[in-house]
Design a protein around this ligand. Structure first.
Ligand code: EPU
Length: 441
């Protein structure tokens, strides 16, 4: 199977991009569908590798799942017959651990391997497991097999407060809460809009979920049953990838559909660079080059801040800016796998030390006192990028590397296309439509 891109860069990219559905909603709605009775119809589901792998995984557990139209997926979890997630299939996608919810719901007990997914840090699920335990679920971990064994002793109930917010953690504990005969309260939750979309979906099928003061409260619900098809939100990460590419390449791209509230912090900071940002119609934005790009420093943080998934794309834009800029990553450790690769193209980027007063609180990962972290980079702008052979190590870094190759002169090879395609639907088709020279080899 071809797994590389051959990219001839150096052209301004122009045209229109129709956004696909959000990966980080698609995966959770598919998993939660296994808690519903009968058919569940999901629209705007992107045909990306993570979704295709998850479909295979739930089928191996006995569920049915089939695309009816290009992006309409019909799922039926009534026939779930296994409570053990396969180690190999499960290790392909990080969200496989979210299968705790439907499997406990159906069988009262399940076996789930330690999650896989992108290598953007150690990514433990300790806070999430603590949450399961706090809600009354017995969880044992077998270090020899790498499996968690979870068992419901009493129906979930009670309160759990995340020490630091977790996106998928909030979603999983919310799904666990659906099994309560009483009430479940999760405090200090993550506030990403993708979580709100999941709540909308569950509520439309009968779940009783309310949000207040950074808390989500789940009350005893009736059996979940879908009344009408649910359309998931657009992928705001995809928007950021193409918006930064538009400006960095000296181009002009209209992107939609997108709700402004999903990208407010991105729009604000994009305007600070002097880039053209125009709301051309309801749910459609135009991003274009209109002269020198100013350097703007960023610090990543959970919603409503500048999202961690956007920073590799930001680095690409800053390579084209005037002067130098700094990116400080607070959410994940090891999210700079693209730095050494970009240097092969001639980019001037260095890791720098920035003193942080209280790193244990400042960083969202489990910060260890004596460990050496590299959380900040300094990018020298106005880079002359030339062709190189690049290797993708994680999804968002992959998109950044492919975009950098589109800015570089000459022909580059980007290896690891399947990693980028875990999260980007029809990347080659969309780039070609913008005038980019890219092919899969
Ligand atoms: N963390 C722990 N222990 C836990 C849970 C989280 O140490 O029990 C750490 C993580 O390692 C990380 C930080 O806490 O350093 C925040 O992690 P969080 O749990 O919020 O992230 P996630 O749920 O694993 C989701 C998205 C990510 C996105 C983040 C932040 C999915 C499948 N993944 O990850 O998306 O960057 O939230 O919004 O929803 C991507 O799409 O490329 C991607 C990585």
């Amino acid at each position: 199977m071809p797994d590389s891109y051959l990219i001839k860069g150096g052209k301004p990219l122009k045209g229109e991009v129709v956004l696909s559905g959000a990966k980080n909603v698609a995966l959770k709605t598919i998993i939660a569908a296994l808690m519903f009775k009968g058919n569940v119809v999901l629209k705007n589901i992107p045909r990306i590798n993570d979704v295709l792998d998850l479909i295979e995984l739930i089928k191996s557990l006995g569920a049915k799942a089939e695309f009816k139209e290009k992006n309409t997926l019909v799922i039926n979890g009534d026939g779930l017959k296994s409570n053990r997630v396969d180690l190999i299939n499960g290790s392909k996608i990080r969200v496989s651990f979210m299968l705790f919810a439907p499997l406990l719901n159906r069988f009262g007990e399940c076996f789930v391997p330690n999650p896989g997914g992108c290598r953007i840090g150690a990514r433990p699920i300790d806070r999430i497991i603590n949450g399961l335990v706090a809600l009354g679920i017995k969880v044992d971990y077998d270090t020899e097999t790498g499996y968690y064994h979870a068992k419901i002793i009493n129906k979930p109930k009670g309160k759990y407060r995340f020490e630091k917010p977790s996106h998928t953690g909030t979603e999983l504990l919310m799904m666990i809460g659906l099994m309560t005969d009483d009430k479940v309260e999760i405090d200090n939750i993550a506030n990403e809009p993708e979580i709100d979309d999941l709540i909308l979906y569950l509520s439309s099928a009968g779940a009783k979920i309310s949000e207040e003061n950074n808390k989500v409260i789940i009350s005893k619900s009736i059996e979940l049953k879908q009344k009408e098809a649910f359309t998931i939100m657009s992928d705001r990460n995809e928007l950021v990838t193409y918006a930064t590419l538009a400006v960095a390449s000296g181009g002009d791209i209209a992107i939609g559909p997108i709700d402004e509230s999903l990208i407010t912090s991105f729009l604000e900071i994009m305007k600070e660079t002097g880039a053209g940002v125009e709301n051309i119609s309801n749910y459609k934005y135009r991003f274009f080059y209109q002269g020198e790009i100013k350097s703007v420093d960023i610090e990543t943080s959970p919603h409503p801040g500048f999202m961690t998934d956007w920073q590799p794309s930001w680095a690409i834009l800053m390579l084209m800016a005037n002067g130098s800029s700094v990116i400080h990553e607070r959410v994940f450790e090891n999210r700079f796998s693209y730095v050494e690769e970009l240097k092969k193209l001639g980019a001037k980027i260095d890791f720098v030390d920035v003193a942080v007063e209280n790193p244990g609180i400042f960083y969202h990962f489990n910060h260890e006192k004596d460990k050496n972290y590299q959380q900040t980079i300094k990018i020298q702008g106005k880079s002359e990028l030339h062709n190189a052979i690049l290797n993708i190590a994680d999804l968002r870094a992959g998109a950044a590397l492919a975009c950098a190759a589109l800015l570089a002169t000459g022909e580059s090879v980007v290896n690891g296309a399947s990693i980028l395609e875990r999260g980007y639907e029809d990347f080659v088709g969309k780039v070609k439509k913008l005038g980019g020279e890219i092919k899969k080899v």
